[in-house]
Design a protein around this ligand. Structure first.
Ligand code: CA
Length: 225
């Protein structure tokens, strides 16, 4: 889905030039040449970002921003005149994301647009894994038990994640070694036992759980109680 940008700018030649560049970059572009029309388009549309000139006919840019912010959080980059320091400060106070001073190099504008868009991208929903009272967040690399942070080394985390993904399945030391340590791991196979012991201490023993079970002669399985 291409991202869409609304340009509110009364200098039509400038608006058209920016539109051309943005379209070339793959954005969908809509334009408004005065404040009132711009505000209406901003409120009615679902733009990913708005470029907003400050000196505009009918409703100035700061007023557009103020009214927009009552209803929407669409990121706004202000287009300001060289010496309008107060406008910049006021604009940022009123919830603009950034500003760029005219005349600007199009490359700089494009870079700022990318930064603003990235900042506002929705954080991907983390795919939490749960087992008993353990919650593992693969994206944030965190583990909690009953809401308490459990501090794990990166290898402990990988082992726990793999075992939680395979809940209820008995995993041999060889399977754990090749999936957690990698096929080319050349060390001792008892490294698995050592790390299982670490996890037991940090999780089962610390929180009085029974999730890491030994299956004699076979390996390990993780399940609730
Ligand atoms: Ca203007």
């Amino acid at each position: 889905m291409p991202q869409s940008i609304l340009i509110i700018e009364d200098e039509e030649a400038l608006a058209r030039f920016v539109e051309l560049e943005l379209t070339h970059e793959g954005y969908l572009v809509e334009k408004a040449f005065d404040g009132r029309d711009g505000l209406q388009k901003a409120l009615e549309g679902s733009h990913d970002l708005i470029l907003l000139d400050i000196m505009l006919p009918s409703l100035n840019g700061l007023e557009v921003l103020r009214r927009l912010r009552r209803e929407k959080k669409t990121p706004v980059i202000l287009l300001t005149a060289r010496d309008a320091v107060m406008d910049k400060v006021t604009g940022l106070d009123m919830g603009a994301d950034d500003y760029i001073t005219k005349p600007f190099a199009i490359e700089e504008l494009l870079a700022r647009i990318r930064v603003s868009l990235r900042k506002h991208e929705k954080a991907p929903e983390s795919d939490l894994k749960r087992l008993s009272e353990i919650v593992l967040d693969p994206l944030r690399h965190t583990v909690t038990v009953r809401g308490n942070d459990v501090s794990l080394t990166s290898r402990e985390f990988q082992l726990l994640e793999y075992m939680m993904e395979n809940e209820g399945i008995v995993l041999s030391r060889e399977t754990l070694l090749s999936n957690v340590w990698g096929y080319d791991y050349m060390g001792e196979t008892n490294v698995v036992d050592v790390y299982i012991r670490y996890l037991r201490q940090k999780i089962d023993e610390a929180y009085d759980l029974k999730t890491l079970h030994t299956v004699r002669g076979v390996g390990y399985v993780m399940k609730s109680e």
